[in-house]
Design a protein around this ligand. Structure first.
Ligand SMILES: NC(=O)c1ccc[n+]([C@@H]2O[C@H](COP(=O)([O-])OP(=O)(O)OC[C@H]3O[C@@H](n4cnc5c(N)ncnc54)[C@H](O)[C@@H]3O)[C@@H](O)[C@H]2O)c1
Length: 332
């Protein structure tokens, strides 16, 4: 198969290697010329590891669209709508979209599948699958064991994505038809990972971090259900699985960003100094807005929103969480 990869960053380039290992051809598109040059020099742009020689990259989007029937979206969610608008102008044949970016659009609460539906001309739209789950590119690039889930309303397409990415040495892909659950879980876990990082940066201790992660799971479930997904999905690879890999790992950009915020580094500086995408901040905005819109309580996510965007002091934030009404643990 020929797969065009939109975004040759840490995950997009890593998945190009997975596809190469599975016998498929890829061509990567990226706006960053230095990433493209590195890939064409057979070096992963973020990890400086050698890449298979036939993985190629270009700054020419049209070339990638002409090359493939499948487009893998691996750009930051902040640019995904604009990238899809550019793709749509160049499409001339039925194209299938596989998305690996994790986030929900602030203000609209749109998931990536909805943005694809809005921006891609129906006559060129083949289908949509999200491929998501616990995955650090740092490990997958070393061909370390990784399990993901392909979620789609089109079971045949989900099965196709399972076949494209699975192999018998390090990658196994499950499938589900709960597209909403998988998309929302992937976005919500990044919000909780930032909070877990903040707790670590503040040196609150492991008790506090375990508590935040556990109550964070409750908020992930609430987000998934509020937006129409299934509770079981939140407890699978795309929800808790991804939270486990993200919420206490130095490999996680979201956790690292939260840790630096907890250490007192201003948000703008944290963003400026990170070369890689930090999706959780946009997810905090979107999910806080979902909470207000749907009238549900997401105490951790909404408190994080107030700390990040309303200058709530962190000590006051902790006090506000501790002074909430005492609850039955089973009540959501
Ligand atoms: N890194 C991981 O381990 C990992 C794992 C699973 C999912 N993801 C998700 O994948 C998405 C991408 O993450 P990443 O870690 O690869 O980010 P990254 O910052 O490493 O890479 C993003 C790439 O997109 C490119 N880009 C930015 N704007 C573009 C545009 N307008 N057109 C074309 N290319 C553009 C950048 O130049 C960069 O190379 C995120 O949503 C992330 O949550 C990442």
């Amino acid at each position: 198969m020929k797969i065009g990869i939109i975004g040759g960053g840490s995950w997009g380039t890593t998945l190009a290697q997975v596809l190469h290992d599975n016998g498929h051809k890829t061509l990567i598109y990226d706006i960053n010329e230095s990433n493209v040059l590195k890939i064409n020099d057979h070096i992963h742009p973020f990890f400086n590891l050698e890449l298979p020689r036939d993985i190629k990259a270009t700054t020419n989007l049209e070339e990638v669209i002409n090359f493939s029937n499948y487009l893998l979206l691996a750009v930051p969610t902040a640019v995904i709508r604009d990238v899809l608008i550019d793709i749509n102008k160049l499409l001339h044949k039925k194209t299938y979209f596989i998305n690996v970016s994790k986030g929900i659009e602030p203000h609209t609460f749109n998931r990536i599948s909805e943005i694809v539906n809005q921006e891609i001309d129906k006559k060129f739209y083949g289908g949509f699958t999200v491929l998501t789950g616990p995955s650090h590119a740092e490990e997958t690039i070393q061909r370390k064991l990784t399990l993901l889930t392909a979620a789609s309303l089109d079971e045949e397409f989900a099965y196709k994505v399972q076949q494209l990415f699975s192999n018998t040495t390090y990658m196994r892909v499950y499938r589900t038809n709960d597209l909403i659950g998988a998309e929302v879980g992937g976005a919500a876990k990044n919000a909780i990972a930032i909070v877990s990082g903040v707790a670590t940066g503040l040196n609150l201790g492991e008790n506090a971090r375990a508590a935040l992660i556990t109550r964070g799971i409750v908020e992930i479930v609430k987000c998934v259900e509020a937006l129409g997904g299934e509770r079981e999905t939140a407890f699978g690879l795309t929800g808790i699985g991804d939270l486990i890999v993200t919420a206490s790992s130095e490999n996680s950009r979201n956790f690292q960003a939260g840790k630096r915020i907890g250490q007192g580094v201003p948000l703008e500086k944290v963003f400026k100094e990170s070369k890689m995408t930090i999706e959780g901040v946009r997810s905090i905005i979107a999910l806080h807005e979902v909470a207000v819109d749907k009238g549900i309580e997401l105490p951790i996510i909404s408190t994080a929103y107030r700390v990040l965007f309303e200058n709530l002091n962190i000590d006051d934030a902790i006090t506000s969480l501790l002074t909430r009404d005492l609850k039955d643990e089973k009540s959501l």
